[in-house]
Every structure is written in structure tokens, then in C-alpha cells.
Design a binder for this molecule. Structure first.
Ligand code: PLP
Length: 483
């Protein structure tokens, strides 16, 4: 046996061990005090690229030098989603057990495409998503798989809906078929639009059903849209209901939507990317009422379940259809167990699949059902507290109901017109975000600018909400002073 020259093989294990121990220490310290950093970094476009070498090094560098650049160049350009006053978009956070799972999965680096390519990864994935199903109070009969994002989960669900509606679309494409239509509320996430575009259904064939005063899809309007489309020769194939919409966290009435969709032969997909995990809280279990009658559901543990990005779970009652849409087994992927195991590559586009269940399994075990419920409940309480603060301060309006942990609000002092309010709210947002004290985001409701404060970080406490409220009021005073 010949000893390989030192230039071959991996770097020395001692170097990795030392750097990795230091990295874990850094992560633990960072997460203990993320507040040492401004939430949004004070950088302008190109600042980070200017500090990066224009091409990769010709000879290898030491881990010490690379890690030093991580601290000096990368960290100063990071927006700290881990910061307890990060309230933008859907505020998310990982957690120590989730990070541990991510680390160990990187160490194993298995490709979970076939059962045979890592039996434990396949079996853990199926078991973990089944745990999550039970925790959310869903009934039996759901098959689940982990994808990277809700956008992909929804794409897969609508691909299955298209497959069911068309029969042999795989072979013949869509030529000669009646135009198919998909329905969602005007507040559904843009991932539904992207899925429809990607699947070649045509963006014009995504029908945005009007919402009621609480931003929920109107079932009567859904029925009217479907009836009108059938009369006009379209083929309705799917309805997407949302449990926790992006702008306001409104919750569509799945119980009423399912029978309307079914009567038209539609697949029902439920987007619970943000809201779904909240059904783990016993008093919020109603959120998923009616979902057991749907065909598919997406929930994102990487949004509101303390699991590091990325981790989305797609459930379906029709794994046979999902498999029909995607399965294609090349000779080199055949195994002797094909008839007796689940090969997860059969349920999506990807062949290679990361070992994502490890981190979710660790999160579910480390916090337990009660621990998760307590944390999610606490976030909802903080959101209600913040809504209370707004309520008692005359110049601010609450712009939408607060069923979960998101508050939509607006600075709207008496005597100001709507256009000025829009301008002021955008200025308040920029002022607070630029200060580094907190980070919020915005949306438009009834065509008016509204600010969003979303709570989902495992470290957020009341003091963080209070500090942000103070920053908002200071910013409002400042923008009014500037006129
Ligand atoms: C309701 C809803 N669905 C889907 C998505 C897309 O999620 P992902 O980033 O996992 O694709 C989002 C993102 O915020 C969302 O709010």
C-alpha cells in the first residue's frame, strides 16, 4: 500500500477538529448574544464583494485564515435573522438542537435518494414527518416528505393535481387539453403563481378569488369563479387554501372550501407554510380544521418550528399520484428492494436529497410537544401584547386581525391624508431598519402601506417587543418632524 502524497486527501483532521470546536463555541456565544450585532448591517450594495478575492486561490489556505475572513468580511454583512428583534417577513430562527442536526447531517453527507443509499435517512424522514403530523392533530393516511421550501412543496402538489387531471400529460404534454385553472385567494403566496407558471399552466389561469373583510378566501366567490370557468370551457384542477397568509396571517375556511373544490373535481392543496405548525398548540388545533379532507398540505419547520433553513414538509393523501407525476427510474438507480421500500427520489424532481430530517427530529425531541406549544403560544401572546400597545396609542391603527404571531399596523395620526400616511410608514420602516435596533417589513392592504411585525424567534421576549415599539414611536416623531 502506498501512502498518498500530502497534497491529496482531505485537510488534516486535527485542523478540522480545532476549527470546528472553535466554530461551535462561536455559534453558542453568538446565539447567546445576537444582540451584539445590528439586526441589519450598515452596508451598501457591493461592500462585501469589494472585500472578496476576485478568483479562487491557487494554493490552499489555512482554515484559520478562512475563518478570520468569515469574522472580518462575512459577519459584518449579515442580516441577523437570529436577532430577537428581527420581526420582518416571517421571522424565523434555528435552535441549538436544529443546528446540531445540521452539523451531523453535513458530517454524514448522505444522499437520501433511495432507501438503499441511506436506510436510516429514509426511515427517519418518514417517521419524523409522521410525528409532526400527529403533533398537528391530523388524522391517518398522510404520506409526508421533506423538501427544501414551501415553494417546491406547492409546485409538487400542483404537479400532482395536473397529473390527476390530465392522465397522460407525462407523455403528450399539454397539447390539445382544455386550459386548466387553479384557484387561490388574492392573498395567497407568490409561490403559487410561480408553480403555475413553472408547470406551464399559464399565469392567466391562476384565478385570485376575492377575500372577505378578514382577508380570507370567500367560499361563495370561489364557487362563482369555478362555475363561471366551467361554463366558459376551462378545466378547474386545483384550489389552494392558505392557513396563515403572508401579508396578514389570515386563515382560509378550509372546511367550506373542500366541498366546493371537490364538487368541481379539484385537488385541494393547503399552504400552511407559516400557520401549520401552530396547530401543535392544543388551543390552536382548529387552524387545520378541514385539512384532513384535502389532498395535500405544506408546513415549514424552517419558518415557525425552530429548524434551520431549509426544511419544508409536503404531506399528501395521494402519494400514488405524486409518484405518478415524478417517478422515473433509470437503470443505474434500480435496487433489489424497489418493491418493498420507499425511495424518496420518486416523489419529486430532485434525485439527490439532503438528510434534513435529522435536524427536525432533534428539534422535536429536544423541545417536545409541550415545549414547542409553549414557545408558539408565547409568540402569539407577544403579538397580542404588541397589538395592545398600538391600541392604546391613538395615532396607530391595527390593520388586520391578529390570529397568530403577526401584527399588521399603520401609523395613521388624525388629520393626515392616506398618501402622507403611506409615505410616513415607509419612512418609519426605513428609519427603524437602518438604525439596526429592529427589523420589520411591510405589505399593502387595500392598496395602503402597512407595517408587519412577525414574531417567530425562539429568543424573542417582551422586552424586545417593547424596545421595538419605542423605536417605532421615535421614528414616527422624527418623520412627522421632517414633514
Ligand atoms: C404562506 C407562505 N407560503 C409559502 C411561502 C414560501 O416559503 P418558502 O420560502 O419556503 O418557499 C411563504 C414565505 O414566506 C409563505 O408565507
Amino acid at each position: 500500500m502506498t501512502t498518498p502524497p500530502p497534497s491529496l486527501g482531505d485537510i488534516a483532521p486535527e485542523d478540522f477538529r480545532r476549527a470546528a470546536h472553535a466554530a461551535v463555541d462561536w455559534i453558542a456565544d453568538y446565539l447567546e448574544h445576537p444582540e451584539r450585532y445590528p439586526v441589519r448591517p450598515p452596508v451598501t450594495p457591493g461592500d462585501i464583494s469589494a472585500q472578496l478575492a476576485p478568483s479562487a486561490p491557487v494554493t490552499g489556505e489555512s482554515l484559520d485564515a478562512i475563518v478570520q475572513d468569515f469574522h472580518d468580511v462575512i459577519v459584518p454583512g449579515i442580516t441577523h435573522w437570529n436577532h430577537p428583534t428581527f420581526f420582518g417577513y416571517f421571522s424565523i430562527s434555528g435552535s441549538y438542537p436544529g443546528i446540531l442536526g445540521e452539523l451531523l447531517a453535513a458530517g454524514l453527507n448522505v444522499n437520501n435518494m433511495l432507501w438503499l443509499t441511506s436506510p436510516a435517512a429514509t426511515e427517519l424522514e418518514l417517521r419524523t414527518v409522521d410525528w409532526l403530523r400527529q403533533l398537528m392533530g391530523l388524522g391517518d393516511g398522510w404520506f409526508g416528505e421533506i423538501t427544501d421550501t414551501a415553494s417546491i412543496s406547492t409546485l409538487y402538489a400542483l404537479a400532482a393535481a395536473r397529473e390527476l387531471a390530465s392522465g397522460d400529460i407525462r407523455a403528450r404534454g399539454m397539447t390539445g387539453l382544455a386550459p386548466m385553472r387553479v384557484y387561490c385567494s388574492a392573498h395567497a403566496h407568490s409561490s403559487v403563481d410561480k408553480a403555475v407558471i413553472t408547470l406551464g399552466l399559464g399565469h392567466d389561469n391562476l384565478v385570485k378569488v376575492p377575500v372577505d373583510e378578514a382577508f380570507r378566501m370567500r367560499p361563495d366567490a370561489l364557487r362563482a369563479c369555478i362555475d363561471a370557468d366551467i361554463a366558459a370551457g376551462y378545466r378547474p384542477i386545483a384550489v389552494v387554501a392558505t392557513v396563515g397568509t403572508t401579508s396578514t396571517s389570515s386563515i382560509d375556511d378550509v372546511v367550506s372550501i373542500v366541498p366546493i373544490a371537490r364538487a368541481a373535481g379539484c385537488w385541494v392543496h393547503v399552504d400552511g407554510a407559516y400557520g401549520g405548525p401552530a396547530a401543535i398548540v392544543p388551543e390552536l388545533r382548529w387552524l387545520l380544521d378541514g385539512v384532513d379532507g384535502a389532498d395535500s398540505l405544506v408546513v415549514n419547520p424552517h419558518k415557525w418550528l425552530f429548524t434551520p433553513v431549509d426544511c419544508s414538509v409536503l404531506y399528501t393523501k395521494r402519494p400514488d399520484v405524486l409518484k405518478r407525476a415524478f417517478s422515473l427510474v433509470a437503470e443505474y438507480l434500480r435496487t433489489r428492494d424497489d418493491d418493498s421500500v420507499v425511495n424518496l427520489m420518486d416523489y419529486g424532481v430532485q434525485l439527490g436529497r439532503r438528510f434534513r430530517s435529522l435536524k427536525l427530529w432533534m428539534v422535536l425531541r429536544a423541545f417536545g410537544a409541550d415545549g414547542i406549544a409553549e414557545r408558539l403560544r408565547h409568540h402569539c401572546e407577544l403579538a397580542r401584547d404588541f397589538a395592545g400597545m398600538l391600541h392604546y396609542e391613538g395615532a396607530w391603527e391595527i390593520a388586520a386581525p391578529v390570529p397568530l404571531s403577526l401584527v399588521c399596523f399603520r401609523f395613521a395620526p388624525a388629520g393626515s391624508d392616506e398618501a402622507t400616511r403611506d409615505r410616513w410608514n415607509m419612512a418609519i420602516l426605513e428609519h427603524v431598519n437602518a438604525s439596526g435596533v429592529a427589523l420589520l417589513s411591510h405589505t399593502k392592504l387595500h392598496d395602503r402601506v402597512v407595517l408587519r411585525l412577525a414574531i417567530g424567534n425562539v429568543r424573542t421576549q417582551r422586552e424586545h417587543v417593547e424596545r421595538t415599539w419605542q423605536a417605532l414611536r421615535d421614528a414616527a416623531r422624527e418623520v412627522v418632524r421632517r414633514g
